[in-house]
Design a protein around this ligand. Sequence first.
Ligand SMILES: Cc1ncc(COP(=O)(O)O)c(C=O)c1O
Length: 466
Amino acid sequence: MTLNLSLSIDGQSRGTLAVQLRNAFRTQIEEGALRPGTRVPSSRQLAADLGVSRSVVVEAYEQLCAEGYLVSQHGSGTSVAAAARADVASALTPDDHTPAPAVCDLRTGSPHDSTFPRQDWIRAVSAVVTSAGRRELGYAPPSGLPVVRHTLAGYLGRVRGVRTRPERLMVTSGFAQGLALLCRVLRDRGHDTLGVEDPGHPGEWEFVAEAGLRPVGIPVDSDGIRVDALAASGVRAVLVTPASQFPTGVTLTARRRAQLVAWAKEVDGYVIEDDFDAALVAPAHRLPAVQSLAPDRVVYAGSASKVLTPALRLGWLAIPADLTAPVERIRASWDIGCSGLEQLAFARLIDTGAFDRHLRRLGADVQKRRQAVRDFVAGHLPDVTLLGANGGLQAYLLLPARCAEEAVVHAARRRSVLVRGGRFYALRPDDRPPALVLGYAGVRGPELGRGLAGIAAAYRETTGRA
Ligand SMILES: Cc1ncc(COP(=O)(O)O)c(C=O)c1O
């Protein structure tokens, strides 16, 4: 075993050779260059590497073991001790014996780890891996395995009314990759801007800007994106979340949908429909995808992130005919497609009905949490308006105009409840009413109750209301 020990042992230096060697090891261990568990060379080998007598190394190792930096085990040699850098580690990770502060995290983000259908997924992966032959274990086509795109086309038609064909579908590494691909194609077609909803998703704006398009904020009201403002903006492509606008949760009304596709035809442009959490919209409020109104103008985009887990990095695009080849060409030069085995496992989940069953369970669970938030607002925050109470995994609370949003956020934080103000989601932060956005995907039952109680107390403290 070789060790990249940058030791400067020389006979002129102060201290014996064994002390110099010991100090060199200590420094490397304390600075983290030698990690806990790393095996060090045998005394014979290190002595030979350094050109010193073996007794020098033995003495240094014995001292380091006595000090707890190294551990020596009969038969498995000498290695860096697990607790050798306890002083450094304790600054980075909480000590197990210190009770953690009771934090309730109501910021929007990942779903709770308890909602992923682990057993269903294990069964699907197991079946796929067991039966995988030469083809399944080879390279999948960049756009996705034909059999998976076939399943997806049927599924999207059935549950979202999407009008597409397997050849127009592409499996992507999450919506993020789909968006990056579309931005690139739009740029190649002469677009330099992309309309985005305001409020919206700041991470997506960064993504769009990184892909070379300037995000242009289009205001949203209680009917969804304002198509009159979109038309006035001069953009020719727009990214929207019609099923449940992020973060307000409002559903784009049927009238606005018709206006949106009419606008796209008028400007010879495109709508990117981010349908990432449509399956979690209350069934009575769920409209078919906008794509079903104009498959040649709307790129439909879905994702497994909210309905399964973002860890899969699985998304899909249904692409208009004239954009399919350009998107495929760019994709083929990026990454040669997603994991074929995971695509197959996902398709199996759909084909066996396990995905539908999971969505029903998840939908019922989300509904319960939504109801808890509705009851909380009605009972504790009577002068606050709750937007989009039927969709999304977050609640958008419009605060009274005079209420200082940041003060409520800070007062909640003092109670160990983490929440974001509307400012975080606004492209033009000053031009909007104060708001709070409560993400309820990552917390459950009693924790949600505790978080809401903290918000109510923070609101009372800030506004002086009893
Ligand atoms: C607005 C919005 N769109 C789409 C997604 C899904 O993105 P991805 O599939 O890249 O995880 C998310 C996050 O889950 C989101 O917040």
